[in-house]
Structure formats: C-alpha cells, structure tokens
Design a protein around this ligand. Structure first.
Ligand SMILES: NC(=O)c1ccc[n+]([C@@H]2O[C@H](COP(=O)([O-])OP(=O)(O)OC[C@H]3O[C@@H](n4cnc5c(N)ncnc54)[C@H](O)[C@@H]3O)[C@@H](O)[C@H]2O)c1
Length: 346
C-alpha cells in the first residue's frame, strides 16, 4: 500500500509524499522529480534495512543502494541494489560513488557502545578512520552526507535532564568519543569547504529488527523475550531513564532533515527525541497488553554507560528550525511493537 501510494505521488510529481505520513502538515520534498542516488553504508544493521526500505518507497528502488561487509539475507538481496563496501577502503568507496553516480551518502557503519568497549582498536578504525574516509569522499564528490550521532556523545559532566543541543560533551566510551569526533569534523568541513554535512543525535531507536550491541538495546529485547517466553532479564536497573524513539519517527526525522533547505538550518548537528522512560515504566506499559509479563533485573557493565548518558533529551532546536515533531509516545510505540513482533512470530 505504502509503495503504491508513493509511486502514485512520484508519478504525479505532487511532492507531497509526507502528507500521508503526517497529516498535520505538508512537507515539501524538492527532490522527487529528480531523485537523488543514495548510498547507505553499514546498511544491514538495525537502522539501515528500515531506512533503505523507507527511502526506496520515496525515491525508487534503484536509487537507493545498500552496502555492508556482510552477506545479506535473501529478502534484502532481492529487494533492490546491494553491494559490498568496506568503509576502510577509500579507493573502493570512490569507485562506488563514481560507478553508481551517488548524490547522498548515509553513513551508518559503526561499532555501537557496548560492542565498541569490547574491541577498542576496531572501534577506532571503523568509527574514526571510517568517518575520515566518508567525509573526504563527500567533499571530493560534493555529496550530501548524513552521519548519525547519539545520546552517547554526552558524558557524566553533561547536564542529564534535560541535555541541551550545545553543552559539555565528555563521553566515556570510545563510541561516544568517535561520535563527537564525527560531529566536529562534519561541522568543520561544512564551514571550511561548504560540505552539506547533516547529523542527528538519535536516542535509543526501538524497532523489531535485532539491535547492534548498544546500551539501549534492552528496550527492543524486552518485546521479543516477553512475547516468546513471558519473561525478561534486564541488564539495567529498573530506574535507569534514557531517551528513546520508535523507528517510524526516526525514519521520518532523518528524511525530513535531509530535505530541509540548507537556509533553514541554524546548525548542522541536532538532538532529536520522542520520549524518555525507565525499564520499570516500559515493563508497566507492556503489562497493560501482556499482563503475565515477569521482569527481573541484573545490571551489568552497560549500567555504567547508561548512568553517564542523558536522561531527557532537549530537541527544541530541531523542533524550531525544521519543525521536527514526534508521533509515537510510549503507549503508541508499545502497541506498534507488540503488533510487529506478534506478526513476526506467527
Ligand atoms: N540503533 C540505535 O539505537 C542508534 C541510536 C543512535 C545512533 N545510531 C547510529 O546509527 C547508525 C546505525 O546504527 P545501527 O543500530 O543500525 O548499527 P548496527 O550495529 O546494527 O549496524 C552497523 C553496521 O555497520 C557494519 N560495519 C561494520 N564495520 C564495517 C566496515 N568496515 N565497513 C562497512 N560496514 C561496516 C556492520 O556490518 C553493521 O551491519 C550507527 O552509526 C549508530 O551509531 C543508532
């Protein structure tokens, strides 16, 4: 249905794709009549598969090229262009950009917070050297470059409730350090070379796809475990408050930000969020729909990471500058996740 509607909008050239994503206003996308060619790196992770599907619905299957260093599932491979791209191989990336006439680069390859701590040298290579490569590539070929950042780009010295767009950033994970590096380098290339760099600091993103080893992963795992077994053991304390966002809001945020005219942007790095909750509050909301749920708590090393992260994220700058607004609160997200995951297991 979504595909049919977007094809219809594209074929009419009406540029009102988001009218049915978001009834409250019409979001103008100047790219629909001349769709950009988009490369997504690290596209087989939690966000990449969903972002590719979303952008293909808007811009057409052939215009969105998924890439990663791992072998795709058959459904992903059959769904549109998929190629091997190692972000540590600069020449290989150049070849892809030239051969596929890339206009936008969405750079998702990364080692997330918990995984990064287990292999710091690899995280330095993937998260820092990888960014050096894509940023030079984007400059050379005049690409619009999106690199996501995270609540993990803040640390214990940052104000945690709320955490403003501009404040102290002294993260204590290699993941956070590499994201601050990407934010600063992107801003620098924007000021120095006019690179169209765009960055959103996402909170924990909740979707039914398997997460990649971050500290907010419990908010995805709880749905799978509870719907399969009725039980969940949480690796964070029950009162650990963290900012979160449902995948549909995340996709819409990314796209709306990418098509916002540069003149409207007062900065290149924006906080975005939708809600903030604790494991206890999430479990209580799920219990409204699955009353037999039983959750136990056994904090591990991820607790220390979570304790240094924002509890409530201030995204007022995004709301003011490009009209960001979320549509999913905790109740709406929980019902959507339960529906999604029940469908997966049935
Ligand atoms: N998922 C979240 O909740 C969240 C929140 C904030 C920010 N982000 C950011 O969004 C991006 C995507 O996150 P995700 O959750 O999909 O991550 P993920 O861990 O699920 O996926 C990352 C992908 O990067 C790939 N990769 C690793 N090394 C590579 C290399 N050398 N070359 C090419 N690809 C390589 C992996 O194979 C993997 O598929 C990341 O940059 C992450 O920091 C995610």
């Amino acid at each position: 249905m979504l595909r049919q509607m977007s094809r219809f909008f594209r074929s009419c050239g009406t540029r009102v794709y988001s009218q049915y994503l978001n009834n409250s206003y019409i979001f103008q996308d100047p790219n629909l009549n001349d769709p950009p060619r988009i490369l997504i790196t690290g596209s087989l992770g939690q966000l990449g598969v969903e972002v590719a599907r979303f952008l293909r619905d808007i811009y057409g299957r052939e215009n969105v090229i998924m890439s990663d260093i791992i072998k795709p599932r058959k459904e992903v491979f059959n769904d549109g262009p998929y190629i091997f791209a190692d972000i540590l191989d600069f020449k290989g990336l150049q070849e892809i950009v030239v051969t596929h006439r890339i206009d936008w680069l969405i750079h998702f390859s990364a080692l997330l917070s918990a995984i990064g701590e287990q292999n710091v040298p690899l995280a330095v290579r993937v998260n820092i050297e990888g960014v050096h490569n894509v940023i030079e590539l984007a400059k050379q070929y005049k690409l619009k470059l999106f690199i996501p950042s995270t609540i993990g780009a803040f640390g214990p010295e940052s104000p945690r409730n709320p955490t403003p767009n501009i404040t102290i950033q002294r993260p204590k994970t290699i993941y956070g350090v590499s994201k601050v590096h990407a934010e600063l380098l992107g801003e620098y290339y924007f000021h120095r070379y006019g690179l169209d760099f765009r960055c959103l600091r996402f909170p924990g993103v909740i979707s039914s796809d398997p997460p990649g080893g971050g500290t907010t992963d419990y908010a995805v795992a709880i749905f799978h475990d509870v719907l399969r077994t009725g039980r969940f053991e949480c690796y964070l304390r029950p009162d650990t408050r963290l900012p979160m966002m449902y995948i549909k809001d995340c996709l819409r945020a990314l796209w709306e930000y990418m098509v916002t005219p540069a003149a409207k942007l007062k900065r290149r790095v924006y906080n975005v969020t939708a809600m903030s909750f604790t494991p206890e509050e999430l479990a209580a909301t799920i219990a409204k729909y699955v009353p037999e749920i039983k959750v136990t708590y056994r904090p591990d090393s991820r607790q220390q990471i979570a304790d240094s992260w924002p509890q409530v994220f201030d995204d007022s700058a995004a709301r003011e500058d490009w009209s960001w607004h979320h549509k999913y609160d905790i109740d709406k997200m929980v019902t959507a996740m339960i529906d999604d995951i029940r469908r997966q297991y049935n």
